[in-house]
Every structure is written in structure tokens, then in C-alpha cells.
Design a protein around this ligand. Structure first.
Ligand SMILES: *Cc1c(COP(=O)(O)O)cnc(C)c1O
Length: 476
């Protein structure tokens, strides 16, 4: 059959094989086995239609009508369409908690727990002691209380949801006092003033962008005030002639007027990062101890867990929040809880944290590991990039990302690629960046100052061989 279809010269529309004939051809068997008849028929129809058009327009080389050629095109199209959209990549951007690359990576314990929850029924809302109905928050609230010193805790889908819920539950149609220096916008359209509006609360801005005093808060308190709120300055720092009022003072002012003080910590860490050689960031426990009545923070930033929004604080406020209908709308699924619990458990043994919690392991990865790795991979990348590029192993700075400590930088090491030819480097760097991004496991770096920078902090030693293997051949 194939012989009949092939032959020299151009084929006419009448030479195009029929759908039935192709479906029975040996060459189509693998595609049928992989993708099923429905998809193969649809793909064949598209292919034959394109051939027909071209045949009418002037002809198609005969060999393109071979069953084998049709099968190859069909399989390629179907394989491409079936390729996962959500794919693993190498994060060499230098930003450890990269929001666009999925933020925190889960530790092994959490991965195993998620797998169990995915494949087995679990006591998500079932009290194993009484046999009665349970509350999914019960799975983690005692851990969160232990780790933060709070009286009560609850969890929702992300921290933006936690803030929305908190404001709606505690400040609907009332006023919330916030410093002008803290009206943050975080990437992805999270703005405190917008969330406030959606929650039904009225924002009362106090102070100025750079300076807010205790008296500013005090003067803003009126009969309709629901709370004083502080927001972590994620993604920026106000420096120079500045003044802000700390949590303890804001809490004291609020409490003197019988109001709660709330803090959106954003990243929110559970441990003192300075013990790991990282910059100081107020912990959730310190914030609670300073007098905050309610603290909200993310699960997948410094905490190193799954996407989630955690609320911890006074039991009466948490109770009110849990009764709000938005809580049900924003609740977390079992996969989130399955991932969160083992992550919180890791914090109970802080001596192992820097090894076992992936985020912290990456943030504290020592230069003595990163620098030799950069030197090992320099030649690999130089060979893959070709002689138009110069590759150097150089020191650079990583950042934590996701708004934590935005101005602090972690000394790191990596590869800097520059265009070695003459003329403007921009287009050539873009080309290389694209080639790396199109690898089976895309390599994501960043272009700045006429170089492509690949920070190796997040390429752990166990992934190095696979990374190098992808670069064994020169990039096309
Ligand atoms: C990141 C952040 C948020 C949003 O948290 P998500 O978990 O991304 O929803 C809210 N507030 C602050 C201060 C943040 O840094």
C-alpha cells in the first residue's frame, strides 16, 4: 500500500489516501494505541484537509502522502497537544521563592503525605475519636498554635484570601486604619486598598508615605473604627527619612480603645532566620507576642509549604472568622492540608530544619557547594552555547523572593553568559535565553546588564547530572 502511495513527482488531490485506509495502516498503530481513535481521526482529518488544499494549490510531493509520513505528522501533532502544560523547569533566576515559578518546593515528607491523600480516603472532616463529623482546621490548628504562641488558628486558600476574610469578618461596613507607608501592592493585582473595598471595609489612611506617628493612628480612631492594621512592606523598603509605628505600639493604641490590632505579615516566618545566617525578619510568634490580635501570612513563601493563607490569633476573633460564609468559599482542599501538616511538623525540630525544609535548604545553600558547581558547569554551558558566547563562573546575589526581605541579597554563584561577537548583544542573548527556555526541562535565567545570568543556588547537587545532560549537545 505504501508503495502505491509513494513514487516520484507531485501528487494531485485524487491521490490523497482515504481516512479509512490510513486508519488501517500499520504506521498508524502506535498513534492509535497512545492517543485513541477519536483523537487520531480528528488529527488525520486535519492533516488530509491540509494536503488537499496544497494539492489543489499546485501539488504535494508524493512522499508526503505515504502512510508513514502521515503517521509521523499525526503523531507529532498529537504528542505535542498531549504534552503537559504545567512543566518542571530549572529556576536559575536567583529568586528562590519565585511566584511565577511556583514559590516554595515541598519537602519529601509533604510530597509523601500529598500522595497518600490523593490515593486514599482520609479523615479530612471526620473525628476519629468520636466517629462524628470533624473540622478540617483541627488537623493543623494545634500545630500552628504551638509554633506561633497564638490561641487559635485557621487556614484558607492563600494569604490574599486570609486578608479578605479577616477584613470582611471583622470590619464589614466599618473602618480600618492603615499607615500610608503600608498600602502595598503585591504582584498579581493584590492591593490593600482594593481588597479592603471588596471586603466591605472602609480604609482610613494615616500618616504619609515615609512617616507615620502614633498620634496619626490615635487621631484616626472613631466610633466606626473596627481595627488598626499593619501590613508588611513586601517587595519594597521605605528608607531615608522614615518613621513607622511598631506592632507593639500599634497594638497598645488599639487595645487602649478596645480595638484589635491585626498584622498582614505577608511572608511570615516561624523561626528566627538569623540563626541560619539569614537576615532578620519578624517571626509570627514575635508579632503575636508584641500584641497583635490576629496575624495573616502565606503558606508558600518563607514557611516553605503549599499555597495557603494562615490566620492565627485570639480565639474569639478566629471563631468569628470561621463563622463567616467566605471561610467556606475560601477553604483549602485536602491536598493543601496534607502538605501543610508535615511542613509544620518539621518546624518542631528546628535543628533539622535547614536540611529538611527545602526552602530553607536552598536559602542557606553554602557557597562551598555553589561555587564549585558553577565551575563544573561553566564548560558544559560554554560548549552548548557555542563559540559566539563567553561563559564565566562568577559571584552573584540571589534574593529570597515573594516579598520577603526585598532588599537583602544572598551571596551566590553562577554563570554569566555574554555575547562574544561584535555588535549589540541584546538579540543574541535573547536567542540563547530562548533556546534554554525551549529545552525539555526549560532553564530559566535572567538577562541584565548585557549578560544572561544563571544563578545556581537552586540547582541542588542531585539535579546537576540531569541538568548537564540536557546541555551535552550544542544548542540548535
Ligand atoms: C504575598 C503577600 C500577600 C498575598 O499572599 P498570597 O499567599 O500570595 O495570596 C498579602 N500580603 C502581603 C504583605 C504579602 O507579602
Amino acid at each position: 500500500m505504501a508503495d502505491q502511495l509513494s513514487g516520484a513527482g507531485l501528487a494531485a488531490a485524487s491521490d490523497i489516501p482515504s481516512l479509512d485506509r490510513l486508519l488501517n495502516a500499520e504506521a498508524l498503530r502506535p498513534a492509535l494505541a497512545t492517543h485513541g481513535r477519536t483523537q487520531v481521526v480528528a488529527a488525520l482529518r486535519r492533516d488530509l484537509e491540509a494536503l488537499r488544499k496544497r494539492a489543489l494549490d499546485g501539488g504535494v510531493p508524493r512522499h508526503e502522502l505515504d502512510a508513514a509520513a502521515v503517521a509521523a505528522r499525526t503523531s507529532a501533532a498529537l504528542d505535542e497537544a498531549a504534552r503537559p502544560r504545567l512543566r518542571a523547569v530549572y529556576n536559575l533566576t536567583g529568586t528562590v521563592l519565585h511566584t511565577n515559578l511556583g514559590r516554595a518546593l515541598l519537602p519529601d515528607e509533604a510530597v509523601a503525605s500529598v500522595l497518600r491523600a490523593l490515593t486514599s480516603p482520609a479523615n479530612l472532616e471526620f473525628d476519629l475519636d468520636t466517629g462524628g463529623r470533624g473540622d478540617r482546621d483541627d488537623l493543623i490548628d494545634d500545630l500552628l498554635c504551638e509554633l506561633t504562641g497564638a490561641e487559635a488558628a485557621t487556614v484558607v486558600n492563600n494569604n490574599a484570601a486570609a486578608v479578605l476574610l479577616m477584613l470582611n469578618a471583622l470590619a464589614d461596613r466599618r473602618e480600618v486604619v492603615v499607615s500610608r507607608g503600608e498600602l502595598v501592592e503585591i504582584g498579581g493585582a493584590f492591593r490593600i486598598p482594593d481588597i479592603m473595598k471588596r471586603a466591605g471595609a472602609k480604609l482610613v489612611e494615616v500618616g504619609t508615605t515615609n512617616r507615620t506617628h502614633a498620634a496619626d493612628y490615635e487621631n484616626a480612631i472613631g466610633p466606626r473604627t473596627a481595627m488598626l492594621m499593619k501590613v508588611h512592606c513586601s517587595n519594597y523598603a521605605v528608607t531615608g527619612f522614615t518613621k513607622s509605628v511598631g506592632v507593639a505600639d500599634v497594638a497598645a493604641l488599639a487595645h487602649a480603645r478596645g480595638l484589635p490590632a491585626t498584622v498582614d505579615l505577608g511572608s511570615g516566618t516561624l523561626v528566627d532566620l538569623t540563626q541560619f545566617g539569614l537576615p532578620k525578619e519578624d517571626t509570627v510568634r514575635e508579632t503575636i507576642a508584641a500584641g497583635a490580635d490576629l496575624v495573616t501570612f502565606s503558606g508558600d513563601k518563607l514557611l516553605g509549604g503549599p499555597q495557603a493563607g494562615l490566620l492565627v490569633g485570639r480565639a474569639d476573633l478566629i471563631r468569628k472568622i470561621k463563622k463567616n460564609p467566605l471561610k467556606r468559599a475560601l477553604r483549602v482542599g485536602k491536598l493543601t492540608l496534607a502538605a501543610l501538616e508535615p511542613v509544620l511538623q518539621l518546624y518542631r525540630a528546628p535543628e533539622f530544619l535547614a536540611q529538611r525544609l527545602t526552602t530553607l535548604r536552598l536559602l542557606t545553600r553554602p557557597m562551598r557547594d555553589i561555587q564549585p558547581q558553577a565551575e563544573r558547569l561553566r564548560g558544559v554551558l560554554a560548549h552548548a552555547a557555542g563559540s559566539s558566547y563567553a561563559v564565566e563562573a562568577v559571584p552573584m546575589f540571589s534574593q529570597i523572593g515573594s516579598g520577603a526581605l526585598p532588599i537583602d541579597q544572598l551571596p551566590s554563584y553562577g554563570l554569566a553568559v555574554r555575547y562574544a561577537g561584535s555588535g549589540r548583544p541584546g538579540r543574541h542573548l535573547d536567542r540563547l535565553e530562548t533556546l534554554l527556555r525551549r529545552l525539555p526541562v526549560p532553564v530559566i535565567g535572567r538577562i541584565a546588564d548585557d549578560a544572561l545570568w544563571l544563578d545556581l543556588r537552586c540547582l541542588e547537587d542531585r539535579d546537576e547530572a540531569a541538568f548537564a545532560a540536557q546541555l551535552a549537545e550544542p544548542l540548535a
